[in-house]
Design a protein around this ligand. Structure first.
Ligand SMILES: Cc1cc2nc3c(=O)[nH]c(=O)nc-3n(C[C@H](O)[C@H](O)[C@H](O)COP(=O)(O)OP(=O)(O)OC[C@H]3O[C@@H](n4cnc5c(N)ncnc54)[C@H](O)[C@@H]3O)c2cc1C
Length: 439
């Protein structure tokens, strides 16, 4: 889906409850009361759409990238949380439990006991969910445990907020607005069904098994898997999948990894993986024959459907993985466009598959530029970082704006390379990045 259409659809769905509430034509209330209700209505719509944003739907993330989609998910959750946190405090009419002497609710906003409980609980849980997501790495739980808690928390909050909105809300419990909420709740429920039932069932029918795990650099392995029957999945070079190794298709222990193989070879998938945490550190011990499942492909770090007179690949560390897949595919398809790979590492031992890169540069129109930030004394290549001076030297020529620039590496490297390329006059649409961490 084109990004402009996505944004327009998103804004429309967020504002729709306000329009539907206004269309009910109820008698006016104090401004602050209407503001409070309006913020809560918009926040509820945002919360329900969070399920869709985090549901890994390719129609949402294909053009803007999974990292940008996840960033939206995080930022919009904070907006919704801010609106809902303010909601009870903005009313100028006092809030309390329903009083028999004020059936019209003009003197105070009377809530039933159940509506008060669902409101307070939903409010507290949302605060907890957003704080634990923002502070996830400091809390110390494993990523998998956090994700299960996050999903359960999100479902509880949606249920509590829905109950509160229907039982206490002035607008939500009737007419087209009620149907609008039923539709968004159904979409959120459908997302959970797709993510936790339908996709795992589909994966069960396409098992893979580990063929080999080979060390390819310091603390880095190449993992190869092959389908137990039929061909490997269809993907574009540079995309990624969520991978489960030695786990069932429902296991929360899954990890996103870029495909380092060429899609032209449908017999296997390969990955270049660096030790980072509990799963990746044990990779070297995985036995051939271990069952694996993949969910994908995802990601937009590809040359497909892009106009590129030449290709610049900027890699930092294990960010080489998807770019290796692109080079392997260029070789398999006989692509003779000029390619420059700028590959930054700290030391020589971290360079992944240096020999293969060398042989690729013999068969492709490829120039490989290694840059080391902490080289040994014997290193005769370039020293330092992928900085503006280096990028100007390599891509400061006429026509460089018509090349495609594919970036993958540490956050700081990508941000500084993106800035430098824009400064060199490369249009933003020619620069494509994939981030390995969504935090
Ligand atoms: C799109 C993408 C492509 C990637 N490609 C590669 C690659 O080709 N090679 C490589 O070495 N690394 C890659 N990574 C990083 C890799 O996924 C993490 O290093 C790995 O998941 C860490 O798992 P762990 O159990 O070893 O460590 P943990 O301690 O469990 O996780 C460390 C961090 O990894 C991230 N992470 C873990 N599990 C998930 C998950 N299920 N979904 C999202 N993020 C998760 C979280 O930020 C977490 O804090 C990629 C990441 C992304 C987002």
């Amino acid at each position: 889906m084109p990004p402009a259409l996505l944004i327009a659809g998103y804004v429309l769905l967020t504002l729709a409850p306000l329009a539907l509430a206004w269309a009910q034509g109820k008698p006016p209330r104090p401004f602050m009361d209407e503001l409070s209700s309006g913020l809560a209505l918009a926040a509820f719509a945002i919360l329900l759409m969070e399920f869709l944003l985090s549901g890994r739907f390719r129609s949402i993330s294909e053009r803007i990238g999974m990292d940008v989609t996840m960033r939206f998910h995080q930022l919009l959750a904070r907006v919704a949380a801010a609106f809902i946190l303010l909601h009870p405090f903005l009313y100028s009419t006092p809030i309390g439990l329903a009083r028999p002497d004020d059936a019209t609710h003009r003197g105070h906003l009377g809530l039933t006991g159940a509506a008060a409980y669902s409101g307070v609980l939903g409010w507290l849980l949302l605060l907890l969910l957003v704080i634990t997501a923002m502070r996830r790495t400091q809390i110390g739980h494993s990523y998998e445990r956090w994700r299960i808690g996050h999903a359960i928390g999100a479902v509880l909050i949606a249920g509590l907020v829905a109950h509160h909105a229907f039982a206490a809300g002035r607008y939500s419990g009737e007419g087209p607005l009620l149907w609008f909420w039923i539709l968004l709740l159904a979409l959120a429920a459908m997302t959970m069904l797709v993510v936790y039932l339908i996709r795992p069932l589909l994966r069960l029918r396409r098992p893979y098994e580990v063929v080999a795990v080979t060390p390819v650099a310091a603390n880095t392995w190449q993992l190869e898997i092959r389908p137990r029957h039929g061909a490997a999945l269809d993907y574009e070079a540079g995309q990624f999948v969520w991978l489960r190794v030695g786990r069932n298709p429902w296991s929360p222990d899954e990890h996103p990894f870029s495909l380092a193989s060429a899609p032209a070879d449908r017999t296997k998938l390969s990955f270049v993986i660096k030790a980072f945490g509990d799963f990746t550190s044990k990779l070297g011990g995985i036995a051939p024959g271990t069952k694996a499942y993949v969910d994908g492909p995802y990601g937009h770090l590809t040359l497909a459907r892009r106009q590129c007179e030449g290709v610049a690949l900027l890699a930092g560390g294990v960010g080489i993985a998807p770019l290796l897949g692109i080079l392997r595919q260029m070789q398999a398809s006989g692509d003779d466009r000029p390619v420059v790979l700028v590959y930054g590492n700290r030391s020589r031992t971290q360079i992944v598959l240096a020999d293969e890169l060398e042989s690729l540069s013999a068969s492709l129109n490829l120039k490989v530029v290694h840059v080391l930030s902490e080289p040994d004394d014997a290193w005769t290549g370039r020293r330092g970082m992928l900085d503006e001076a280096l990028l100007r030297e390599l891509f400061g020529f006429d026509g460089a704006a018509r090349w495609c620039y594919l970036l993958c590496g540490p956050q700081g490297m990508m941000e500084s390379c993106e800035r430098s390329l824009l400064g060199l006059g490369v249009p933003a649409r020619q620069i494509v990045s994939e981030r390995f961490y969504y935090d």
